[in-house]
Design a protein around this ligand. Structure first.
Ligand code: MN
Length: 505
């Protein structure tokens, strides 16, 4: 349900007519070669389309309008081959809504020492052409990503790949609809937020539904469909004997399958890409959706527990950014600590709903256990342990006047011991730089207990996404020191109040 195949990034080259037609033809040829090179780069998940060289106010304004109108265009890569007097970019950049990255490169890698003359210098002047373009971006106050280096370099292509994936998530969010069943959990603060501001600032729309709307879809599901899906479960997972084909609790698994089919129907009909559930709103439901949520997340849906629509949307964004990459992404909650000096760790889990895409590769176990809250029958759920390796936890909170992203780099580790009595999926990780700094920073920043956890992406993707969105991004990583982090929080507070949030708050 995530499809990046129609995405295009437009390669846009700036120049001017001062150098004559011959030079412009050369510029156009260089642009075509670079764009074709980037288009052939397998890691960039979009077509890279070369656009004609731009030399006038009008042509630039028109191109920016075309980009905004084109549903497949997720972003622009701008490159100043020569000196492109940047006032001609003002009308276009002022109205441009499509994200752009400034690629500061030049066609040739090395200076041709023996042959270089003024003709060569005039043709290859990205070094100052890019600076002129940069000034107008700064003067207009545009958030943007700048990538510097030769266009053939792996590092440059990696940065463009990351940015393109962030742009894809942004593009997805502009069309996204998020369904919530019921409100957020009573009395919880951090899962609250301004849905109108979210739509203005982040694009997605959030709409509430009664759980009866889901129950109605569940009732439309036929017994044959339920049977077919339970057989699929038998194939995909290590099904506990009590839930097996002749097990005494097979009915509970059928209920789980009916929830999945009903939920899938509801989400497909409404064109939703993310959703929330709440254990406080289960009227007419046999059990809290666990397995269904896990499997829908594995298919690419965003999810947040207890009505947490901000995290649901963030999980979706992370899933789009990481689509097709090794490593999974999931809804997550910091659950409990293991204090052990420099090896202190966090056990992440939720009541039921972690995505099996982050599992350690072993077949997940499909089990049924009591759930002390919700007041319904025991829910079925997938139980597995998260894969070891680098990961990030990201949280989006509403500070009242703006949205703030908080990201922590973490290292997932394989638990040294079995957890034979823990009936939920879980991940164990060491926060970077350590638990003391990471948790203190997170708490000072007001980061939520709910996060989007990912091993498919790293902090760069989140930072590019926040730059595109124009929202605050705080990273807790190897370099973080609490006193400096506190100053960053204070400075940001002043900055964002002076700059004013885009949502008009
Ligand atoms: Mn929760």
């Amino acid at each position: 349900m995530i499809d990046l195949s129609s995405h295009e990034v437009w390669f846009v080259t700036g120049s001017q007519s001062l150098y004559g037609e011959e030079a412009l033809q050369q510029v156009g040829e260089h642009a075509r070669v670079i764009a074709a090179g980037l288009d052939a780069e397998a890691s960039i998940p979009a077509r890279v389309i070369c656009k004609p060289v731009l030399t006038t106010h009008d042509a630039i304004r028109r191109l920016c309008m075309e980009a905004d109108l084109d549903d497949n265009c997720i972003g622009l890569v701008t490159w100043m081959h020569t000196f492109s007097p940047a006032r001609m970019w003002i009308p276009g950049l002022k109205r441009l809504r499509t994200p752009f990255v400034h690629l500061h490169t030049q066609f040739n890698r090395a200076i041709p020492w023996a042959t270089i003359d003024m003709d060569f210098m005039n043709l290859n002047q990205s070094a100052h052409g890019g600076r002129e373009f940069g000034f107008v971006g700064a003067r207009l106050g545009l958030e943007r990503t700048v990538v510097v280096g030769h266009w053939e370099d792996t590092a440059v292509r990696r940065r463009l790949t990351v940015w393109t994936r962030a742009a894809a998530a942004w593009h997805d969010a502009q069309h996204a609809r998020i369904a919530r069943f019921g409100d957020n959990m009573r009395n919880v603060a951090v899962t609250e937020g301004n849905k109108v501001s979210a739509e203005i600032e982040l694009g997605y729309s959030v709409a509430g539904y009664g759980i009866g709307d889901l129950v109605e879809r569940m009732e439309q599901v036929s017994d044959a469909e339920v049977e077919e899906l339970t057989r699929e479960y038998d194939d995909c997972y290590r099904v506990s004997s009590e839930l097996g084909p002749r097990g005494p609790r097979r009915t509970a698994l059928r209920d789980g399958a009916r929830i999945e089919l009903g939920l899938r129907r509801f989400l497909t009909e409404g064109g939703f890409t993310a959703f929330t559930s709440s254990f406080e709103v289960l009227h007419g439901m046999p059990q809290l959706p666990g397995l269904a949520v896990q499997r829908l997340m594995a298919d690419g849906y965003g999810f947040g527990g207890e009505g947490d629509w901000k995290t649901a949307a963030l999980v979706r964004a992370v899933k789009v950014m990481g689509h097709g990459l090794p490593g999974g992404s999931s809804f997550m909650e910091d659950y409990t600590y293991h204090f052990d000096g420099p090896d202190s760790m966090v056990l992440g889990a939720h009541m039921l709903e972690l995505c099996p895409s982050i599992g350690d590769g072993r077949k997940a176990s499909l089990e049924i256990h009591p759930l002390p809250i919700g007041g319904k029958s025991d829910p079925v759920r997938l139980v597995f342990t998260g894969a070891a390796g680098a990961a990030v936890n990201a949280s989006l909170v509403d500070m009242g006047d703006r949205f703030r992203m908080v990201v922590n780099t973490v290292t997932a580790v394989t638990p040294a011991e079995e957890l034979p009595r823990l009936p939920v999926a879980r991940v164990l990780w060491k926060p970077v730089p350590n638990l003391e700094v990471a948790a203190a920073g997170w708490i000072l920043a007001g980061g939520a207990h709910h996060t989007a956890y990912s091993q498919a992406i790293d902090v760069e993707y989140i930072e590019d996404f926040c730059d595109i969105a124009g929202i605050e991004c705080l990273h807790i990583g190897a370099e973080t020191r609490i006193n400096a982090f506190k100053r960053e929080l204070r400075w940001n507070e002043a900055y964002y109040r002076m700059a004013g949030a885009r949502g008009g708050r």
